[in-house]
Design a protein around this ligand. Structure first.
Ligand SMILES: *Cc1c(COP(=O)(O)O)cnc(C)c1O
Length: 428
């Protein structure tokens, strides 16, 4: 990070915005007036370009009917591959190693169905106790399908403090009983970045396959999946990638695994030129495309095309630089302004292991979130005590970060949170 000498003033926030080379991208997004959106790591905002590609695809449907599959602005038959090609550089992959299909959880099911091959003593899966619940449910059910008891066959690395994972603890559990490891790239609560490269090397040295859930990092942090030789990854496109609610998910499969028979097969996994031969013997694609199942959800994919263009123009390196500066500034302000108010910063402070969001802990977190919302700030709450705040480089400003911290200060000083109940809403 270049020239940064923290000052708590509003003018300083303005000066950071003036130096911001990504500032113009904010105009591309629909930003609600009198509202500060800090939840782009749960659901990214709509951009005009994402809206435009959705309208274009709708237009092709209106004008072309069935012929939209092969004609029009974005022929639907190739849309998953087209979006994959546009995503590849964000994760450090070649285009054939990525496919945009399914959803996070479905893709995890597919990858485990394909790559979990219990043999002899190696029959267990290693995950961690801080990961997102859906991943655990998927792993438990995949174990059951293969005839194993998840109680004994799904191991979860423990966290020493409830926030972070230690790579050494993960490595210590890489025994000769483990067939497969699934870990997040970034922990969804504390925002800790897991050392993908080191863990991949250690897993491979022990003959274990390893895959990563990239939901909380792709679009926020550059990755080098192919250089690091991870076996596979999966992620969603509706968080940092702004693809819209229910946006189609993504998968990465390292090219060394091309040709591995898909665990869950379907006709969209066909080699494209063979798909309409309608043979009852599947000829899978020789790319990550082999792990698609059925017809892609075209209308949930279309906004991603426009959104990914923005990422290409901005560049993921620059996005990461601004993200780090935003979160550094956020933490400096919190320390300066909220001292003595019983907040704890529950995300890593060093840049190497800090993801894209701030995890602010407080025993009254649920109602502080409600008070923030009543004041026009959109955070998100993670039970029992976390306020997640994600300043997004493409559309948030330093001025907004300054205002959010001032708002928190006012809420605490005036005890505004006491007007609300300390429990969560249905979607938190
Ligand atoms: C958001 C998220 C999911 C969500 O999975 P869906 O199948 O898209 O509902 C899964 N894992 C992690 C780590 C997430 O952050």
């Amino acid at each position: 990070m270049h020239s940064y000498l923290f000052q708590p003033t509003f003018e300083f926030a303005q000066s950071l915005d003036k130096q911001d080379t990504l500032a113009d991208f904010r105009k591309e997004f629909y930003i609600k007036q009198n509202s500060i959106y800090m939840d782009g790591n749960s659901l990214g905002l709509l951009s005009k370009r994402a809206e435009q590609t959705l309208f274009e695809v709708l237009g092709d449907w209106r004008e072309l009917g069935i012929d939209g599959w092969t004609e029009g602005k974005h022929p639907w038959f190739y849309l998953s591959e087209q979006a994959a090609e546009m995503s590849a550089s964000l994760v450090g992959a070649s285009p054939e190693e990525v496919i945009v299909t399914g959803s996070t959880t479905v893709n995890l099911h597919q990858l485990v169905a394909t790559f979990f091959k219990p043999e002899g003593k190696r029959t267990k899966i290693l995950a961690d106790e801080l990961t997102f619940p859906s991943d655990i449910y998927a792993l438990q059910s995949q174990l059951r399908l293969k005839g194993f008891n998840p109680e004994t066959h799904l191991l979860r690395v423990k966290s020493r403090d409830g926030r972070y994972l230690h790579e050494d603890d993960i490595i210590a559990q890489m025994t000769d009983e483990i067939a497969l490891i699934i870990l997040p790239t970034v922990l969804y609560r504390s925002g800790q970045i897991i050392d993908i490269r080191r863990l991949t090397e250690e897993a491979h040295a022990r003959g274990i396959l390893i895959g990563f859930d990239g939901c909380h990092s792709v679009g926020a942090i550059p990755h080098h999946f192919s250089k690091w030789e991870i076996d596979f990854a999966f992620w969603c496109n509706y968080k940092y990638l702004n693809g819209g609610p229910g946006s189609v998910g993504s998968m990465y499969v390292n090219r060394k695994h091309f040709g591995t028979v898909p665990g869950l097969a379907g006709w969209f996994g066909s080699k494209k030129e063979r798909q309409f031969d309608m043979e009852h013997a599947l000829t899978p694609a020789e790319t990550a495309g082999a792990y698609q199942i059925g017809t892609p959800h075209i209308l949930s994919l279309a906004p991603l095309l426009g959104s990914l263009e923005i990422f290409h123009e901005a560049g993921i390196k620059k996005i990461r630089e601004k993200s780090l500066q935003l979160t550094t500034y956020f933490m400096d302000l919190i320390k300066h302004e909220l001292d003595g108010m019983e907040f704890t910063i529950g995300n890593p402070s060093d840049e190497k292991s800090r993801g894209g969001h701030i995890s602010l802990e407080h025993k009254e977190a649920a109602r502080i979130c409600k008070a923030l919302k009543a004041n026009g700030v959109i955070p998100d709450f993670r039970a029992p005590n976390i306020i997640r705040l994600a300043p997004i480089p493409l559309y948030n400003t330093y001025e907004e970060v300054w205002k959010v911290v001032q708002m928190l200060k006012t809420i605490m000083r005036e005890r505004q949170y006491e007007k609300f109940s300390n429990d969560r809403n249905v979607v938190a």
